[in-house]
Design a binder for this molecule. Structure first.
Ligand code: FES
Length: 149
C-alpha cells in the first residue's frame, strides 16, 4: 500500500538531498553520492544518473577564480566562441571544468544583459567587455595564470 507514491517521492527526495549537499560543498563529492545511495537503498549508478542528468549539479569543485564566457546571441555573433576556445586552450580544460590545481573554473553562460559590450567575459562577478582571444590571454596573465607550466 502507498507503493505508487513511494517512487516519485523518493526520486524528489534524492534530488533535494543532492541540492542540499551541493549547497554545503559547492559540488557533489563522490563519497557523498555513495552515502546518498546507501541512505536511499538504491544503486550508486542511479544517484550518478540523477547527478549527471540535471546540469544544475556540479561533479567537480569550483575553482578559486570563476570565469564565465557569455554565449548569448550578441556575444556569440561578435566572437564569443573564439574567446571560449582561447579560454579552453589557455586553461587546458574544457568548458564546465576546473583546472587540476583548482585555481580556475570555466563556464559558458547565457546572456548576462551587457550585450552592448559583447563579447563579454565575467571573472568573479566583474565584467570584461569586448573580449578577443588576445585580450583573454592578457586577462589571464593579469590574473596570474599563464606560466603554470
Ligand atoms: S549576449 Fe552576452 S551579454 Fe547579452
Amino acid at each position: 500500500m502507498k507503493k505508487k507514491e513511494e517512487q516519485p517521492s523518493s526520486g524528489s527526495k534524492i534530488i533535494e538531498t543532492l541540492i542540499r549537499i551541493q549547497k554545503d560543498f559547492g559540488y557533489l563529492p563522490e563519497e557523498k553520492l555513495k552515502e546518498v545511495a546507501t541512505l536511499f537503498g538504491v544503486p550508486e549508478s542511479q544517484i550518478w544518473g540523477v547527478a549527471t542528468f540535471y546540469n544544475v549539479f556540479r561533479l567537480k569543485p569550483k575553482g578559486k577564480t570563476h570565469i564565465k564566457i557569455c554565449m548569448g546571441t550578441a556575444c556569440h555573433l561578435s566572437g564569443g566562441e573564439r574567446v571560449l576556445e582561447a579560454a579552453e586552450r589557455e586553461l587546458k580544460i574544457t568548458v564546465g571544468d576546473t583546472t587540476p590545481d583548482l585555481r580556475f573554473s570555466l563556464e559558458r553562460v547565457a546572456c548576462i544583459g551587457c550585450c552592448m559590450l559583447a563579447p563579454v567575459v565575467v571573472v568573479d562577478g566583474k565584467v570584461y567587455p569586448r573580449m578577443s582571444p588576445l585580450k583573454f590571454e592578457e586577462l589571464l596573465i593579469g590574473l596570474g595564470e599563464k606560466g603554470s607550466d
